[in-house]
Design a protein around this ligand. Structure first.
Ligand code: CA
Length: 430
């Protein structure tokens, strides 16, 4: 570059006061979901806050600003741009809050463990002083970290480094929401509850998903990264012979949510990634929970990528990576009345993971799959599942009762594998 060009470039940057990489970044804040791009394109499509007037376009840099912009989950069309890193565990004066700041009424992990040790307490649900104190403490944390997202809202990260830490974004009974280009980290629960009767051995249950869609319709989630970054559950202690989990889902879609597209996102370093439908008895979910997942990467995820009940879920062009040594249970969970239509997904696993391990069924009856690549080789997931599943699981049929029509171009698994590795996640919108 010649001296004059350097001088001009420096002058321009000085005037704008922005980093060099941002001056040609496209403004994505008024984007709407492309036509036919998955279930969220159904009917009226998904436009989020694109109709916001100038008074409802906010750039926020801290939790207090984000809360003001979210406006208590109002329906007013609004665009919220997150700049830099926002930590939900921050008080209104900007001080970081830790678990001790929320603990109240004499709660401590040590006293809680002493009170509900199965050897002395037995298998009844925890109750009494320490459980009451845990609930009161948890309620205090929830006030800070649970952030309601209302209808007609777009939330985007600015540039390539926007981060929302510790938050539980809740899209509750809201319609028409877009969340893009945001790194959502570590929805950390300070106060897990002991559930003695879960899964035979008991388990720790936590409250927060990075994003929870509950009764939410027309939602487009695109180019996000969601992970436990900062606090991997694997590094938490073991209490009552079970991992003291701190995180629930990365993106859970439940309670009649419907018409959701999740694209070009990265779900990483987590146990239970994505639950679509949370109960076999939630029959109100019948005909709902229609979700499209395409061009996402699931990396170091133990299970639920996704696990589905009731919904018609189109899972195409996704990339799954199970690193050597990582804990792994399954990827596609086929539960009650689920109708997963899986096309052209690519899996990379270490030697001890078999193709039949990629699928797990609880009360499921069908799974459509085609074009699956397993460590570079074509594999018929359904055939291997039916041949090698543990005898306690039923064989599945290929007829899920529907064929997806709302989708954009479907790539070969090989092409998707390459494109997703390069382009999925926050900070990577072309
Ligand atoms: Ca959840």
């Amino acid at each position: 570059m010649r001296l004059r060009q350097i001088a001009v470039a420096a002058a321009v940057l000085g005037t704008l006061g922005v980093p060099a990489h941002a001056d040609n970044a496209r403004d994505i804040s008024r984007d709407t979901l492309p036509v036919d791009d998955g279930w969220a394109a159904y009917g009226t499509g998904t436009t989020g806050g694109s109709a916001a007037d100038d008074a409802h376009v906010h750039t926020v840099t801290d939790r207090a600003g984000l809360v003001r912009a979210l406006d208590g989950g109002s329906d007013t069309p609004k665009i919220i741009k997150i700049a830099g890193t926002i930590d939900a565990n921050t008080d209104d004066e900007g001080h970081h809050l830790d678990c001790a700041d929320y603990a109240t009424d004499g709660y401590s992990v040590k006293k809680y463990l002493a009170a509900y040790d199965p050897r002395t307490w037995g298998s009844a649900r925890p109750s009494g002083a320490q459980e009451d104190a845990r609930q009161a403490s948890a309620a205090k944390q929830a006030e800070w970290v649970t952030l309601p997202v209302g209808s007609n809202t777009t939330i985007v990260g600015l540039g390539s480094s926007a981060v929302l830490k510790g938050a539980n974004l809740q899209v509750k009974n809201a319609n028409n929401v877009i969340i893009r280009n945001l790194d959502l980290r570590d929805a950390y629960d300070c106060f897990p509850v002991w559930q003695p009767n879960t899964g035979g051995l008991g388990d720790w249950k936590t409250t927060y998903d990075n994003i929870w869609l509950t009764g939410a319709t027309h939602v487009w989630i695109d180019h996000i990264t969601a992970s436990d970054k900062g606090h991997p559950d694997a590094k938490e202690p073991t209490y009552f012979a079970r991992n003291y989990l701190r995180h629930d889902g990365l993106l859970d879609i439940t309670n009649g949510s419907d018409l959701v597209t999740v694209s070009w996102s990265r779900f990483a370093d987590h146990d239970k990634a994505m639950l679509i439908g949370n109960s076999d008895s939630a029959t109100g979910d019948r005909g709902k929970l229609r979700v499209t997942l395409h061009h996402n990467q699931f990396e170091s995820v133990v299970q639920r990528a996704p696990r589905v009940r009731f919904g018609q879920v189109h899972v195409y062009d996704n990339r799954y990576v199970v690193p050597e040594g990582a804990e792994y249970r399954y990827s596609l969970g086929v539960s009650t009345e689920s109708a997963i239509y899986a096309e052209n997904n690519a899996f990379h696993t270490p030697g001890h993971v078999e193709a039949a391990d990629l699928v797990k069924s609880w009360n499921g009856t069908a799974l459509h799959q085609t074009g699956t690549l397993f460590n570079g080789w074509p594999v018929d997931l359904l055939a291997v599942y039916n041949a090698y599943n543990s005898g306690s699981e039923r064989d599945l049929t290929a007829d899920v009762g529907w064929t997806p029509t709302l989708h954009t171009k479907i790539d070969s698994a090989e092409a998707a594998d390459r494109e997703v590795a390069r382009g999925a996640g926050a900070g990577r919108i072309p």
